[in-house]
Design a protein. Structure first.
Length: 77
């Protein structure tokens, strides 16, 4: 699977991470992949983010709110 993700264009969502080391094995995608990690722990977000601007503090979202946010994010590869 990891080899396939290196060549793919994909968004990998890792939900409800409690410790940074739990999310790191999912960081297997290539340049066309993005990983979105959700956590309720600020220290986990800071440890995984490439920089401070990459951390978004949000209230808990409903499923429709989450889908709307993803649709409006306009991810580009």
């Amino acid at each position: 699977m990891a080899a396939q993700l290196r060549r793919a264009h994909a968004l990998l969502i890792v939900d409800d991470v409690w410790q940074a080391e739990h999310a790191r094995p999912f960081s297997v995608g290539g340049p066309g992949c993005a990983m979105l990690v959700t956590t309720r722990h600020a220290e986990v977000a800071r440890a995984l983010a490439p920089d401070a601007r990459s951390v978004c503090n949000l209230a808990v979202l409903t499923e429709p709110e989450s889908l709307d946010l993803l649709a409006r994010s306009r991810l580009t590869w």
